[in-house]
Design a protein around this ligand. Sequence first.
Ligand code: NAD
Length: 488
Amino acid sequence: MPLREARHFINGVFTPGTSGRVFDNIGPATGQRIGIVHEGLKPEVDAAVAAARAALRGPWSVMSQAERSDLLHGVANEINNRFEEFLEAEVLDTGKPRSLASHIDIPRGAANFKIFADLVKNVPAETFMLDTPDRQGALNYALRKPKGVIAVIAPWNLPLLLMTWKVGPALACGNTVVVKPSEETPLTTTLLGEVMNAVGVPPGVFNVVHGFGPDSAGAFLTAHPGVNAITFTGETRTGEIIMQSAAVGLRQVSMECGGKNAALVFADCDLDKAIEGTMRSAFANCGQVCLGTERIYVERPIFERFVTRLKSAAEGLRMGAPDDPATSLGPLISAEHKRKVLAYYRIAVEEGATVVTGGGEPAMPPELAQGAWVEPTIFTGLPQTARAVREEIFGPVCHIAPFDTEEEAIRLANDTDYGLATAIWTGDLSRAHRVASRIDVGIAWVNSWFLRDLRTAFGGSKQSGIGREGGVHGLEFYTELSNVCVKL
Ligand code: NAD
């Protein structure tokens, strides 16, 4: 297979930039080089931000909302027309099963443009009539204006989906963007540049600069004074660093960060559904989902049964080549991440965990032996204070602990620095509402997981993030409200 070259996309043109620096793109399924990526430094970021600023004054700015929305529908349609190319690129970059990427990553990547293109057309502006002494009144109404140039810093776990989740609403609101995709997954963001040109999105509206975080494209972009706001998805520690950058010039941030999410399984649940849902929430995408559940709390009467059944389900997962339809579990994103996850497997054992299943590296066939594979793993027996129970591992791993009362379940779920999501499994509707309202998270699922209505608010509390994107909530971030007061 020919090596893929990921170039920057600046002002509608693919360019290697001037830094002269490249790095290897390694396919995580095989550990082999699949391409090279041009690293952007300050000059590339300067050029991309300049292009994005210029585009704010160009044809993009005079387009009607309906015209912009039509263009974004065109982007979604073109992604779907080139579905196989996007799918191949995403699978190469991430090693995830084709079946998963074709059901989630690529369709949602396209849908992110449509949903926000439609949504912005239907957001009412607020109006107030103010009483005045002359009794004529004053009419106040709000205008939603684009915020300007938005820096989009994206992660590697759902590369196209999570990047377009930000680019879609940003462009729908009339902003321009500079995207810094993860260094691990440059391909689909690069392809999106081709799509933008093909459907006629004006040059400079969508720009991409590749590179790393510190001392590289990410840090230069978030520090750039020409950037009006920064939207970030990634680790909480990275978010803290980016917020410090954003403080200079008082630039607004939207932060979608880590999680250590709890599933609460009550004895009155439909156990088949709870097992099926927990299997997905713990192991889908090799556990590399911010919404995944690494902490499972099960009501004591069904604890042993739940552990036995989840063990047998986990042992039924099949690791293998992404193209093999039988593959249900892919690799981790990189050798470095594999070292981190395996380190947590060791830490858990040192902390006294019982290994129910997994805990190590699988034996893979020779063509996959250099890939970033780890076994799906279930632990029990750790105290709530254990690092493996408190820190986000971001791998195919969960710890299962028993609880005795609803009150205890709520306390355990909330006993974390994070607050992204939870999944509650119960047959008692009143309990479902009661518990959901008391867990400190942005998203509480009842008898489901990862069921997403894109019109709803998405985000986390505590160290899982700042702000909400999704639906009209994202529009608060991507627009600036400007009040007009007219004396009548
Ligand atoms: P990461 O923080 O390592 O990297 C995310 C992005 O930030 C990458 O593009 C990276 O190059 C860039 N970056 C790193 N340092 C930077 C710096 N100093 N300045 C500017 N940019 C910098 O995260 P990751 O490993 O790519 O993704 C996994 C993490 O993302 C997990 O913690 C996961 O929970 C989180 N995540 C959260 C959500 C959510 O919606 N809350 C969704 C997906 C992933």
